[in-house]
Design a protein around this ligand. Structure first.
Ligand SMILES: Cc1cc2nc3c(=O)[nH]c(=O)nc-3n(C[C@H](O)[C@H](O)[C@H](O)COP(=O)(O)O)c2cc1C
Length: 216
């Protein structure tokens, strides 16, 4: 595998910014989109449980409805791909069982050999102390996917805007999620920056590394 250089990495991360105005005509080519979609799937999660779904909203009238509950931010309707991150509201035995089956099939292991792992997850997330904050736990997992997506897109030269400025409960209603196992965490708009977006040239505002990173 060929690694990129530190300079290439940092160039990509400096190039990316949270786009305020997308070019409505800019469409992500299918091959690039598939790489991004695969990066979402490849996101790591706690125990590997993947308590999420990524809803790509293509329908323009649906996006217009969502925009109303997204502080009217133009990114929702003007971007190429609008991804809504969903998390599982609860984790139950079936979720863990489904995951054990997946491990078993993928790695050719008997499910009996996974019994300890299964019990460990259940006693933590389904019945243990963390079951009380399970929705929070699941939301946190989706933020890992968001971070992964932002970096991946930047490395491909694709613009993005993470979107927390939205009403998740209204999203759930519009997207018909209310009686499902999933709920909205946040969203991410992807596409190409408009030449009119002045923020593209703005300097990055970050605290100094010496303040944020401590070595002991
Ligand atoms: C979780 C999250 C939610 C955000 N929500 C919005 C949003 O709704 N609208 C927006 O314009 N920017 C949003 N941002 C962008 C941030 O304001 C931006 O990332 C931050 O100011 C740093 O600037 P930069 O990303 O351009 O380097 C969000 C960022 C994150 C990480």
């Amino acid at each position: 595998m060929k690694n990129i250089t530190p300079t290439q990495l940092l160039d990509s991360l400096h190039w990316r910014y949270a786009v305020k105005a997308f070019d409505p005509n800019g469409k992500i080519p299918e091959e690039q989109w598939q790489a991004i979609a695969n990066a979402l799937v490849l996101t790591p999660s706690s125990y590997g449980l993947q308590p999420w779904k990524f809803l790509v909203v293509r329908d323009q009238p649906l996006r217009t409805k969502l925009k109303t509950f997204s502080w009217n931010q133009s990114q929702v309707t003007d971007c190429s791909h609008y991804v809504v991150f969903l998390h599982k509201k609860t984790i139950n035995e079936e979720d863990v069982e489904e995951y054990m089956q997946q491990i078993s099939e993928t790695r050719g292991l008997p499910t009996a050999s996974l019994e300890g792992f299964r019990k460990m997850i259940l006693s933590d997330l389904a019945t243990g102390p963390r079951s009380k904050i399970i929705q929070e736990w699941a939301i946190r997992q989706t933020y890992i996917a968001l971070g992964n997506l932002l970096t991946t897109a930047a490395m491909l030269g694709i613009d993005a805007c993470p979107m927390e400025g939205l009403d998740p409960l209204e999203y759930d209603k519009i997207l018909g999620l209310e009686n499902t196992r999933f709920a909205t965490s946040m969203a991410c708009a992807l596409g190409y920056r408009s030449p009119q977006d002045g923020l593209a040239k703005a300097k990055k505002v970050r605290f100094p590394a010496a303040q944020l990173i401590e070595y002991r």
